[in-house]
Structures are given as C-alpha cells and as structure tokens.
Design a binder for this molecule. Structure first.
Ligand code: FAD
Ligand code: NAD
Length: 534
C-alpha cells in the first residue's frame, strides 16, 4: 500500500550541477579535482556517464526545456534497510522522484517479512547492542563489590521485561524510519519487490517503472543443512526468544557468535561454543575444530549436538552463527541479466553498478564489507553518482569495525599480517595492562592495544584494541588513521588522563620490528631476531 505519493520537481540548481549541460562551469571544474580517475579529462567523465548512464534521471532538451520522463520514478529501491534508505533519501534530496518497497514488519525475517529499517535496526546492531547493555550489568555488579557496593540479595534479571522494552524500541524506530522516507517525499510501498525487466519492478502484482532500480535487499542468516537443523535457531530468533536459554550451544566463531556468547554469558545462561578457531574470552568456554554434524532432540525436549569429536547433551537451545547469505533468491535477477557470485551476492563494479546498466546494488547483498556504515556509504555514493552528476566510489580504506563481545574488540586499518604483506618493513607497538578499575574491582580484566606502523614513513597503518570501551576509542582514532597520521603525530598529542585511550599516544618502545629487507646496521638483539623472523 502506498503511504505517500510525491514527485518533487527538479530544480534549476540541480540542472546546473550536470556536467553534460554545463561542462565548463566553475562547479564542474571544482568537481574534477575530486574525481580520481577522471581528474584530468572531462571527456572521460562524459564518456563514463554515457556508458553507465550515470547522468541524473531526467534529461534536458537543447533549448533547456525539461523532457518528460516516461518512467513512474527516477529511482525504485527494493529493500528499506541501511543502504536502501540512505540511497533513496539522498536521491530524493538531490531532486529525484523515488519509490521504495519493503516487506511487512516482523522481528523474524523471512521471504515474506522484514520491516522498514532493515537488519541493523530490527534484527542486528540495535537490538544486539541493547542486549549487550543488558548483559554487561552482571560484570558491573561483580566489579562494584570492590568499590563498596553490597546487595541484600543476588540481582535478578527479568528476560520478558528486556524483550518487551526492546521490541517497543524497535516499533518506535521502524516508525521513525518510515517518517524519514515519507518526509523526504519518497513513495513507500509495502510488499515484496521482484525485478521484471531492467526498468520494471513488480510489488505483489503491481508494476512500477523506473529509470534506475536499486537492489538493497541485504542478507539473512544461514544454517547449514544438517540433520536436525530445524531445531536450531539463528540470530533473528536469538534476539526475540520467549524465555532466556538455560544452556545454549553457539556454533561459529565470527562476529555474531562472539557477541551472543557475551550476551548469554552475561545474562547467566550456560554457554558452549562450537568453533573452528582457537579463542578465549572472559567466562566463555571455546572449543576448537568442532563442527556440528547433527542436532538430536530427546524425549524430554533437550537438544544434543553431535560433532566430529563426540556428542554433547542437555542444551535448551542451539544457535547457529555461521554466516549470512544474500537475499537474492526469486528476485528475477538472473532473468534480466544481473550477474551473481556463487554465494548469491550481486556482482557490482566500483560504482555499485551491476551487469545491467539501469540496475544497481548496495549493502550486504553485494557482500563487500557487510557493515551498516559501509552500506550507508555505498548508498550515499550511489545517490551522488546517479542524481548529482558526481560519480563517487565508496572508499573502503581504513573502515573501522568492532565486535561487541565482552570485552569488546575494535580495529581500524591493517592487521600486522596485512601490513607485512603490503609494506614489508613494519614496527609494532603493543600495550597489555590492567585497567585502573580492576585494581579495586579485583577482577582479572586486562586491556590490549596495538599500533602497526610503516617502518619507513612512520605512518600508522593499523590500530587495534581489546578491552573496555574499545569500540568508542577506536572510532575516535579512526579519524587519525584515515588521515594517514604518523606515530610522531600520535606522540605529539597530549593524552587525557586517567584513561585507557591515552596509552595510544604514549607508546614509546616497539615490541617488535619486522623486516623483509635485510637488517640495517645498528639494529641489535631482539630487533635483529624479529627482523630475521625468529
Ligand atoms: C545480529 C547482527 C548484528 C549486527 N551488528 C552490527 C553492528 O554492530 N555494526 C554494524 O556495522 N553492522 C552490524 N550488522 C550488520 C548490519 O546489520 C548489515 O551490514 C546492514 O544491516 C546491511 O544493510 P543493507 O541495507 O545492506 O541490508 P538490510 O539492513 O538487511 O536491509 C535489507 C532490507 O531489504 C528487505 N527485503 C529483502 N528482500 C526484499 C524484497 N524482495 N522486497 C522488498 N524488501 C526486501 C529486508 O526485509 C530488509 O529490510 C549486524 C548484523 C546482524 C545480523
Ligand atoms: N559488530 C559488528 O559489526 C557485526 C556484528 C554482527 C554481524 N556483523 C556482520 O554480519 C556478518 C555475519 O556474521 P556471522 O558471525 O554470522 O558470520 P562470520 O562470517 O563473521 O562468522 C561465521 C563463523 O562461522 C564459522 N562457521 C561456518 N560454518 C561453520 C560450521 N559448519 N561449523 C562451525 N563453524 C562454522 C566460521 O568459521 C566463522 O567463524 C559478519 O561477517 C559481519 O559482516 C557485524
């Protein structure tokens, strides 16, 4: 059902931005300076735009009159998650007429359910972080004893209050997202979109034509097809369980497994993780190289997990966090010629263009970096490319990220291994310390930090942290890493005291120097050993 139908008129200012109509305007010249591949030659920009139809949605006749568009919309977006909403809103702001379709709301996603806001808002970042907040209290209660706090009774947690409050917040947020779209003059259509031809989308039997179509349908959790997989839950269900799991098996060792292990551990569920990699986090037992082969249900309703190493009994829940798959099934993409990877992700060029010139794709459905801020960047860049005559590539350098495990992990830039690969000679500074809070809490908490530098230029290539507040701290330092600052810039920065973050500007001695080139004269002892890879 359409909740708003508005087609904003394109303004004169908008037309002035088009290089095709005003190629030598000062605006165009300034644009040229920001476009890497086209910086020196406006002809290549024009050629590029003609090839990929990157020119804005409506054309202008030779005498300057607006030519009527024979499409219903300049842009039709399928999927109102992070990427789709951002691209649509920016496109509408640039003067395009935009429609967006989205499945009806549900906390659990399916072929027929979704909701405006998408995964991040309804089944990802936001509800996950709310549950992380809920679960962190148990550690904070433990910490508080050393600071003099005493509790008459053991604090109790009420799962149903948490889930009800979380769901009320999701309703509020999906409403806000709808309003954002409607207030931007975008036509919001509830239903499942399917591509009919390069310029037509079918939403539950009704056809809409558009000059450009954007596919931003995201992805859904993937549970391997093993016997008993119908007893397993995924992250959608784990965020909306009717009761707290007593004992939960978590399969996987990626973002979601680590975050949910922290959530359920903090909320005092018993956790058992089945994971391929070796790892250890506070209070959580991780088992290595154990991949479930079957899930069995006993007569008492409890679940057993059969692995390559034996069978573990007595679970109330088994959660799979084994990755996600793009939502490209039954979307009509193959029929119109959109190319896909064997994983089902849409193949796109650097401007998010698919193999079909009028069809574009952003976000998780393209399986580039599957994070909300990246989907937002891709959506914003596409809107500029299509409707502001400003071909814009998303920039994937120094994308920061965090795992909201407990303790959390944050990183930006290159890992040590990537830096060696790319730069050869690197210096690594580390700090591993007991935070001030732990001195009174008496808990065994630690903080670990790492800076990876290019040995030749002193530039900070990577910054990593595991410990309290790592995501907040890394977000701040990400600006410095993105800007290409050096260790000298870090050293010249005064710290904020007493904080953990100040360690990043007071690291004095390298922990190791890794050299691919022969060791230089003057290098001694451990440095030479590190340089030789000993
Ligand atoms: C548990 C979890 C936690 C996460 N935590 C974080 C985090 O902390 N930080 C972070 O950066 N990222 C996080 N992510 C990843 C983040 O949620 C995604 O990268 C982001 O939502 C991708 O946005 P998108 O627009 O590509 O897709 P989505 O947000 O998935 O939006 C796609 C939308 O398309 C709709 N749709 C699908 N098919 C159709 C159709 N045929 N017709 C109409 N509509 C359709 C869907 O219903 C959905 O609303 C998390 C993900 C999960 C699962
Ligand atoms: N904080 C964040 O930014 C955040 C949080 C959650 C999710 N995400 C995004 O969502 C994506 C999906 O998350 P995810 O954790 O599901 O995927 P993931 O790709 O991060 O991790 C999947 C894990 O499952 C393991 N695995 C796969 N098959 C297995 C099997 N049969 N048995 C045992 N282990 C198996 C893999 O080895 C891997 O450790 C992430 O890659 C990320 O892009 C981001």
């Amino acid at each position: 059902m359409a909740t708003s139908v508005t087609t904003p008129k394109l303004t004169t200012t908008f037309y002035k931005r088009l290089p095709i109509t005003v190629p030598l305007s000062s605006h165009f010249l300034s644009l040229q300076n920001t476009l890497t591949p086209f910086s020196h030659n406006c002809c290549s920009l024009l050629y590029f735009q003609c090839q990929r139809r990157h020119v804005a949605a409506r054309a202008k006749s030779d005498n300057g009159a607006e030519l009527p568009s024979h499409y219903d919309f300049d842009l039709f977006t399928v999927g109102a998650g992070s990427g789709g909403v951002r691209a649509s809103r920016f496109a509408a702001n640039f003067g395009a007429s935009v429609a967006i379709c989205e499945l009806p709301f549900s906390t659990i996603s399916s072929e027929t359910t979704g909701g405006v806001g998408g995964t991040c808002v309804l089944r990802g970042c936001v509800p996950k972080k709310l549950l992380v907040y809920a679960s962190k209290f148990s550690h904070e209660f433990d910490e508080s004893n050393g600071f003099g706090w005493k509790y008459g009774t053991e604090p109790q947690h009420d799962w149903s209050t948490l889930i009800a409050n979380k769901n009320a917040e999701l309703q509020r947020l999906t409403g806000i997202y709808k309003n954002i779209l409607i207030n931007a003059g975008i036509t919001l259509i509830e239903g499942r979109g399917k591509i009919v031809d390069p310029h037509t989308v079918d939403v539950d039997g009704k056809l809409y034509s558009a000059r450009h179509i954007l596919i931003s349908v995201g992805g859904r959790p993937f549970i391997p097809d093993i016997p008993g997989s119908e007893y397993a839950i995924d992250s959608d269900a784990a965020l909306d369980l009717p009761s707290k799991p007593e004992k939960i098996a978590i399969v996987g060792g990626g973002y979601i497994a680590l975050e949910f292990a922290g959530i359920f551990s903090g909320l005092t569920s018993e956790i058992r993780d089945f994971v391929a990699e070796r790892m250890s986090l506070r209070g959580i037992e991780f088992h290595t190289e154990e991949s479930p082969q079957a899930i069995l249900k006993s007569t008492d309703g409890s679940l057993s997990v059969k692995t390559n190493k034996g069978t573990v009994d007595g679970f109330s829940h088994v959660m799979f966090a084994t990755g996600r798959r793009p939502n490209t099934k039954n979307l009509g993409l193959e029929k119109v010629g959109v190319k896909m990877t064997k994983n089902g992700a849409i193949e796109v060029d650097e401007y998010s263009g698919t193999a079909v010139p009028s069809i574009w794709a952003v976000g998780d459905v393209t399986d580039r970096i599957n994070l909300t801020p990246v989907a937002l960047m891709e959506g914003g860049a596409l809107a500029k490319t299509l409707f502001q005559a400003e071909p814009t590539k998303p920039d994937y350098s120094a994308v920061p990220s965090a795992v909201f495990s407990q303790p959390p992990i944050g990183q930006v830039g290159l890992s040590e291994e990537q830096a060696i690969q790319e730069y050869g000679d690197i210096d690594v500074f580390t700090a591993n310390f007991r935070p001030l809070k732990a001195t009174l809490s008496g808990l065994p908490d630690r903080i670990f930090m790492k800076l990876v530098l290019c040995a030749k230029t002193n530039k900070v290539l990577g910054l990593h942290m595991c410990g309290e507040d790592a995501p907040e701290i890394v977000q701040g330092f990400a600006v410095a890493v993105k800007a290409g600052l050096t260790k000298a810039d870090f050293d010249a920065t005064v710290g904020v005291h007493p904080t953990a973050a100040e360690e990043f500007v007071t690291l004095r001695t390298p922990t190791r120097k890794i050299r691919k080139s022969p060791p230089s004269e003057g290098m001694t002892g451990p440095e030479v050993k590190a340089a030789a890879g000993v």
